[in-house]
Structures are given as structure tokens and as C-alpha cells.
Design a protein around this ligand. Structure first.
Ligand code: OGA
Ligand code: MN
Length: 228
């Protein structure tokens, strides 16, 4: 099975104007102990409800661990071209690969991801998905394939900060924005994964809680489980 293409089969087409939804609603909570606010949403009730289903863990990997991942991934990625021209794809300006076996440093990072993101007895999708978005690349709203992927999606962000938006499919007024700093891990589970589309903004749209978040080239390393 070639995962990545299958993963994004449920592209939800929404008019571009939706990208311009107002970004004013923060979670209302002040940052505690200087902790950065990484998730904001359309209303406090939604944030409370989805609080345990959406996590962003800043600094999940070190600079050295990012370097180790890049060292393993760059040679293979560089042999591919970024794809821009398929207008109906969910992802624009990307190249991607899958990897099942890793050197010890990267394997340790991925084991850490798996241990925090998935229940111990969860059957995982064997290969890890690696998505390299060009600086001009972006991901349109979609829901990952329910046929191939289970309840949980966990992704590391390398090389760039970015903003991910989740929008409830049957109620587009309900949304969450996630700031995904370089070196962070995000985890999306259950209702957040099944009932909400997710997208990554292009550089020009990349704003979190009123703050501009410049988008550089970004590589994500994504672990998923299998449907139960
Ligand atoms: C995907 C996807 C998010 C990311 O590949 O389906 O949504 O963090 N990727 O790159
Ligand atoms: Mn996806």
C-alpha cells in the first residue's frame, strides 16, 4: 500500500474565503507560567471538549535530533521533485516518502513519539510518512482516509513553524488553530481526527492568534495507527 496518497482521499472543498475566517477568538486563558499558547479556537466550550484530543508539545525534539532526522531523510527527498501541478490534490508543493527502518538516533525519537501518542497495544501503520512542503507549499482542508488510518495522527515539525487549522465538517463555525513550532509534536485523536478537517496554511495565510507565523520549507514526520 502506498500510504500518503491514500491518506488524503477525503479532500473537502471549501471556498477560499474560509481561509479568511476571523482569527480573533483565543482560548481566553492567560498563558500559565510563561507557557506559550499553542491552541486557540472559536469558543471556550470547543477548546474544553477537544482539549484532550488535540495536543501540541513544543520542543519535543532537540536540534540534534532534527539534524539526525534530516540526515536520514534529505538524500532520498532531494532525488524527488516538488509537485505543484495537480489542482485537485489536497497537498500542493510537496514531495514525500515513507520510511520503515531508521538508524538508532531516529528510531529513539520515533519510539518516543509512539509512546506518548498511541496506547501501548495500538496497531501502528508500519512505515512513517514524511512530507516535505516547499516554502510555497500548503495543505488544503481534508480528513485522512478512515480506510487506511486509525484514530490517532502524530506529527513532528522540522525546519519551520506553521499553523494548522481544524474545522468541524458539519459546522464550519467551530474551529481550532494550532501553532506548530519547529521541533514540536502534534497529536490529533478521535473527534478531532474524524469530525474536523485539518489544513496547513501557505506562507501568505500563516497567522496564529493575530500573529504572523512565517512559513519556510517544512518537513513533517507523521506516525499513524491502523483502523481498529
Ligand atoms: C497529511 C497531513 C500534516 C502535516 O499528510 O495528510 O495532513 O503535518 N499532514 O504535514
Ligand atoms: Mn492529513
Amino acid at each position: 500500500m502506498r500510504l500518503p496518497v491514500a491518506v488524503v482521499t477525503y479532500l473537502v472543498r471549501r471556498p477560499l474565503v474560509c481561509f479568511r475566517r476571523s482569527l480573533c477568538a483565543a482560548n481566553g486563558r492567560p498563558a500559565v507560567g510563561g507557557e506559550p499558547v499553542l491552541v486557540v479556537g472559536s469558543n471556550p466550550g470547543l477548546l474544553r471538549r477537544l482539549g484532550s484530543q488535540v495536543e501540541v508539545r513544543p520542543g519535543f525534539i532537540t536540534e540534534e535530533e532534527e539534524a539526525a532526522l534530516l540526515k536520514e531523510l534529505e538524500p532520498g527527498l532531494k532525488r524527488k521533485r516538488y509537485e505543484f501541478d495537480h489542482w485537485d490534490n489536497a497537498i500542493h508543493g510537496y514531495r514525500e516518502t515513507e520510511r520503515a527502518t531508521w538508524g538508532p538516533a531516529c528510531a529513539a525519537v520515533l519510539n518516543r513519539v509512539r509512546s506518548v501518542a498511541f496506547p501501548p497495544d495500538s496497531a501502528l501503520l508500519g512505515p512513517v510518512h514524511v512530507l516535505d512542503l516547499d516554502k510555497k507549499g500548503y495543505i488544503k482542508p481534508h480528513v485522512d482516509s478512515v480506510k487506511f488510518c486509525g484514530s490517532t495522527i502524530a506529527g513532528l515539525s522540522l525546519l519551520s513553524d506553521s499553523v494548522m487549522r481544524l474545522v468541524k465538517q458539519d459546522c464550519p463555525d467551530e474551529w481550532l488553530d494550532l501553532l506548530l513550532p519547529q521541533f514540536s509534536l502534534y497529536i490529533m485523536r478521535d473527534e478531532a481526527r474524524y469530525q474536523f478537517t485539518h489544513e496547513i496554511f501557505r506562507d501568505e495565510e500563516s497567522v496564529f492568534n493575530g500573529q504572523r507565523v512565517p512559513r519556510q520549507r517544512r518537513i513533517s514526520v507523521i506516525c499513524r495507527n491502523l483502523p481498529s
